[in-house]
Design a protein around this ligand. Structure first.
Ligand SMILES: Nc1ncnc2c1ncn2[C@@H]1O[C@H](COP(=O)(O)OP(=O)(O)O)[C@@H](O)[C@H]1O
Ligand SMILES: [Mg+2]
Length: 236
């Protein structure tokens, strides 16, 4: 069964065609990277899947339901490109509040677990707005994963994180048994966290396949970044 279906989606912002006949699907449990040059439409795709934007045309289904449906919200974890936890709440308060909003059974305990998991304990009483950008990103990731989502949409998740935290987050995400769509410019994230890639440009899919199919398109010893750059430049 496909857990994510995007079918002939179009989205314009004024005269800008952000998405133009975009179609792809992701089987349940699939781990997919969403690649594309700046402005390709990755974040717009994520926002539509998260139910924050409506497509002008086309259909989107999450486990057969519409994005924004109550049932979908319960199983979805979405990390926006520019996440903003509640600035005046502390790290602990953010975690407890969002846990209770999401119906997590023991919000206090879950907040503790997430602080340990993401190494946020030393900031537990600091207001989110006063954290460094990297620590805000850690908190945002903790908030997305609180309710153990079945479907995880991550828009450039490792932005701003230091290398030890990147490794920690990759470890956490690898262990999760979920359907993943992760947008990134960092190919090592794609190859370590996902097994398929969807490459979009100008709002439409220009290539999709497994990581090994992607590698097979390269010359011997060609870095995967170079293969992807070639794919993207071929469409101009
Ligand atoms: N809210 C918006 N208003 C106007 N244009 C937008 C808006 N959001 C995105 N766009 C435009 O849509 C295109 C796709 O943007 P985006 O989905 O953010 O690309 P990506 O995440 O791949 O870099 C870009 O040309 C961008 O400028
Ligand atoms: Mg983006």
């Amino acid at each position: 069964m496909d857990c994510i279906i995007v079918n002939n989606v179009y989205k314009k912002f004024g005269s800008i065609k952000a998405l133009h006949n975009l179609s792809f699907s992701i089987p349940c449990g699939g781990r997919y990277a969403l690649l594309g040059p700046n402005g390709a439409g990755k974040s717009t795709t994520m926002k539509i899947l998260a139910g924050l934007l409506k497509p002008d045309q086309g259909e989107v289904y999450i486990k057969g339901l519409r994005p924004g449906d109550k049932q979908v919200k319960r199983i979805l974890g979405y990390l926006p490109e520019d996440p903003m936890p509640y600035r005046i709440l502390t790290v602990r308060e953010n975690l407890e509040y969002i846990s209770s909003l999401r119906g997590v059974s023991n919000p206090k305990q879950r907040a503790e677990e997430m602080m340990d998991l993401l190494d946020l304990r030393q900031y537990e009483n600091v207001q989110a707005g006063k954290l460094s950008r990297g620590n805000q990103q850690k908190l945002a990731i903790a908030l997305v994963l609180l309710h153990n989502p079945e479907i995880v949409l991550l828009d450039e998740p490792l932005n701003y994180l230091d290398i030890p935290t990147q490794e920690r987050v990759i470890g956490i995400l690898k262990q999760m048994n979920a359907t993943f769509l992760v947008s990134t410019h960092i190919m090592s994230i794609a190859t370590r966290l996902t097994d398929h890639v969807i490459v979009i440009s100008r709002g439409t899919v220009i290539w999709s396949g497994s990581i090994s199919e992607l590698r097979a398109m390269g010359r011997e010893d060609e870095p995967i970044e170079s293969i992807v750059a070639r794919l993207m430049s071929n469409v101009g």
